[in-house]
Design a protein around this ligand. Structure first.
Ligand SMILES: *Cc1c(COP(=O)(O)O)cnc(C)c1O
Length: 237
């Protein structure tokens, strides 16, 4: 869909997703304001994002640094209170651009990235909230620290790298039931005193909310389906 109808459709779907989030919160006995909707705008261009901004949405997610650098300076000039979340894997040679471009980073997953981000944040005087990505399904092709290594890495991010650790993030294996992965992430967070949980996408955000998600990352349920080539979430940012 494109043009005015497409724009209207995205704004309508945003309203529907917000209502589903509110319902999932009620079902779980949680307050709706405890769950942040991150609208995932990857692959969609400025004219498609504008109506969602106009509908009041302010938290957005992108998975590639370069794409975000191209789109968001324009959109931020129109809506300075946007909060932009990096949800794609990060290479250490992109740490500078990532810290310049984003407000929250969800994909800290190894010491080299933690160190590069800490250096850049100090250099730029910009201490961003971060999430650690956990590869709950131990998938070889997927980014994220492995669950048995998570406690030590969380401790290192706090003490050694001095990062502002706000939460954990996961992407469950596409072919598995998501709830046990969300539960595992919540368990790792609880035993480490980490409060944020970035989990749940278009297909499973109500389940994620029932398991304690504080940030849900929803793209296609708002913007419509992406071209197939754009689907893999695991290419380096
Ligand atoms: C693309 C993406 C999403 C959104 O996926 P949808 O199924 O379109 O809601 C969420 N998280 C990450 C990490 C992504 O790359």
């Amino acid at each position: 869909m494109d043009g005015a109808n497409g724009a209207e459709a995205a704004a309508n779907r945003l309203v529907a997703v917000r209502a589903e989030i509110a319902q999932a919160c009620r079902d779980a006995g949680r307050a709706p304001q405890d769950v942040t909707l991150i609208c995932v705008s990857k692959t969609f261009d400025i004219p498609e994002i504008r109506p969602v901004l106009a509908a009041g949405q302010r938290a957005f997610g992108e998975n590639r640094v370069q794409e975000a650098q191209r789109k968001w300076p324009v959109l931020r000039a129109e809506a300075p209170d946007v909060v932009l979340h990096l949800i794609g894997p990060l290479q250490s040679n992109k740490a500078r651009e990532a810290v310049e471009t984003f407000d929250v980073i969800h994909t800290v997953d190894r010491p080299k990235i933690a160190a590069a981000l800490a250096d850049e944040m100090a250099r730029q005087g910009r201490r961003l909230p971060v999430f650690i990505q956990v590869n709950t399904g131990a998938e070889p092709q997927k980014a994220g620290i492995l669950p048995p290594e998570a406690d030590a890495f969380i401790a290192a991010c706090r003490a050694q790298y001095g990062l502002d650790l706000q939460g954990l993030m996961c992407i469950p294996p596409a072919d598995e039931v998501a709830a046990p992965h969300f539960a595992l992430l919540a368990k790792i967070a609880a035993r480490n005193g980490v409060s944020g949980l970035s989990m749940g996408m278009s297909g499973d955000f109500p389940t994620a909310i029932s398991q304690g998600a504080t940030h849900v990352r929803v793209g296609s349920a708002i913007f419509g389906t992406r071209p197939a080539a754009a689907q893999p979430a695991q290419n380096p940012a």
